[in-house]
Design a protein around this ligand. Sequence first.
Ligand code: IPM
Ligand code: MG
Length: 357
Amino acid sequence: MKAKICLLPGDGIGPEIVAQAQLVLGAVAARFGHELEFESHLMGGCAIDDCGDPLPEATLNACRESDAVLLGAVGGPKWDDPRANTRPEAGLLRIRKELGLFANLRPVKPHASLVGASPLRPEIVSGVDILFVRELTGGIYFGDKGRRKSAGVEAAFDEMAYSVPEIERVVRVAGKAAMERDKRLTSIDKANVLEVSRLWREVAANVVSNEFPELQYDVVLVDAMAMHLISRPADFDVVVTGNMFGDILTDEASMLPGSLGLLPSASLGDPGPGLYEPIHGSAPDIAGKGIANPLATILAAAMLLRHELQLEEEAAAIESAVSNIIDSGLRTADIAGKGAALSTAEMGAKVVEAVSG
Ligand code: IPM
Ligand code: MG
């Protein structure tokens, strides 16, 4: 098969980790006889420096013309000035919206030989295998927002709104995923306070009872979920949430495996390319040192092969290579503790070697 992949290395450690993922994809393609074509484009702070726009038209067009997009990370202190007229994160929100990527899949499955790296006790973390499905192009992130003054007092507002079709389509993605996993689905809301959540709860229940009657389905309030993720995370299978609740809960859940450096994500939606990225940020403090963990991005590349190109065997080859490498005790600095650590490129080379068969 032939496919065109648009690389958006971005800022900070982004270019270092995307380079390793590209090498791994190249090795998998060579082994299985596929032809992958790569094109790299500017996005984020580097694009602001280049042309004042975090998501230049040329980058967006290149994404649209590709089969899939692999993103490193965007942002950094250089572009953090709140008075600046644009920010790297604005590019990320725009690309999600422009490509119609309404469903963000964030799997959280701590690696058995790394349970000791988690801040939680091993007996709480072991057996955790959650797939978060976060709505990504609606809710409070994209509502009307602004400043207003009444009687001389300044205030700000961000509107949270969801339409019935927006809720239906993301719950449908989550329902399908649950059918292929352990057939359990949990929907998160704040229906004891928010009207949007009352609609979410009603619509989610309808989708599940009409389309996924076999699922074991329950509803959890977002504040309670924050607690359950720490006290009994192994009880959940697929979790579907709105945009902001999903943002917060997935950062919390990312601590279960002990390192952000291991978690990939996929953003899917309308027909057209999906966006694959590690869930961690651009880590400006370690950028350029060659010590970042490339495994989350490499695992994001595996998700790309699976979800975008339907190359299940190839995706599994990357995932089992990564598992074996971790099992064999090899570590980058973020998870090495006091032990020896591989560099970004050394870790990438280990995966390349393993997938080359
Ligand atoms: C994420 C990030 C983004 C978000 C930021 C960088 C805009 O936190 O992907 O979770 O809030 O969606
Ligand atoms: Mg976040």
